[in-house]
Write a protein that binds this ligand. Structure first.
Ligand SMILES: Nc1ncnc2c1ncn2[C@@H]1O[C@H](COP(=O)(O)OP(=O)(O)O)[C@@H](O)[C@H]1O
Ligand SMILES: [Mg+2]
Length: 262
């Protein structure tokens, strides 16, 4: 069995009286691409934010390469977090900066590299995501799909061992979305990165994921390949695979229909 590169144990995150993560356990193996799949609001982004050390949980542990990032001093944590890349759902680019400066930012903040080296590395990362020649453009001058690519180039700037992607293809048209998913897959193959993708889209999962962690109401319901999960005959899992509308949605539509008489 390969070694887990991330181990999440009994993770509890609570906002007010509400438990958003309610005892999450998950092992992620070196070199795999895992999708965290679940309905909107089930806690996927919260889990990701904790795995990259942006928030501290109420309870539980998160080990990255054997080190519990919830317990270590800030300066040690920074060293570990430097080797993680994150593509945010919004791409999180700074609008006032060029694409090149956005991608160079982590290198300028975390390394002592010469400006000429940073320029070469930035252009290399832009090349990896198919944005060669766009370094002087501002985020407002490029399309949604290109912003995602730029966000990805920035996530890759420090050559991460683990790449986290939050809904990488959400809000893009299907062709552009598939392009981003295929790009992520090609990065995994070429650079042997571990990839953790949060998504609610089955189409993305089919392209990207070796394994799926199915999340529901703040818990991991099941983990496995698509085939393994399908064999469980679980109602909630099957809803995703068969793209059935969920029960709450059906109820809402029935109510609406009875109100409007349609
Ligand atoms: N900082 C926060 N404060 C209060 N509630 C939050 C916070 N972050 C997330 N939540 C709530 O936690 C739940 C899970 O959110 P999230 O992890 O963003 O879900 P997902 O990414 O699966 O759509 C949501 O109901 C959301 O409103
Ligand atoms: Mg989310």
């Amino acid at each position: 069995m390969p070694e887990p590169i991330i181990q999440v144990r009994d993770l509890v995150v609570q906002y007010g009286t509400r438990k958003v993560l309610d005892g999450v356990n998950l092992d992620i193996y070196k070199g795999e691409s895992i999708a965290i799949l679940g309905k909107s609001g089930c806690g996927k982004s919260t889990l990701l934010r904790h795995m990259i050390g942006l928030s501290l949980p109420k309870n539980g542990t998160i080990e990255i390469k054997g080190v519990d990032i919830t317990k270590i001093p800030e300066e040690d944590k920074v060293e570990i977090l430097k080797k993680l890349g994150m593509l945010f759902q919004s791409s999180a680019l700074f609008n006032s900066m060029s694409i090149g400066d956005n991608v160079a930012l982590p290198l300028r903040e975390h390394t002592e590299l010469e400006e000429s080296t940073i320029k070469i590395m930035t252009n290399m990362k832009l090349g990896m995501v198919g944005l060669t020649g766009f370094d002087n453009f501002k985020p407002s001058q490029i399309s949604g799909g290109m912003k995602k690519r730029a966000g990805l180039a920035r996530a890759l700037s420090m050559d991460p061992d683990i790449l986290f992607c939050d809904e990488p293809s959400a809000g893009l048209d299907p062709v552009v979305a598939a392009g981003i998913d295929n790009l992520i897959l090609s990065l995994k193959k070429a650079y042997k990165m571990t990839i953790v993708t949060v998504t609610h889209e089955m189409a993305s999962v089919e392209i990207i994921a070796d394994r799926i962690a199915m999340m529901h109401q703040g818990k991991i319901l099941a983990v496995g390949t698509k085939k393994e999960l399908m064999a469980k005959n679980d109602h909630i899992i099957d809803q995703f695979f068969n793209r059935e509308p969920d029960d709450e949605e059906v109820d809402r539509e029935r109510q609406l229909s009875s109100l409007t008489g349609i």
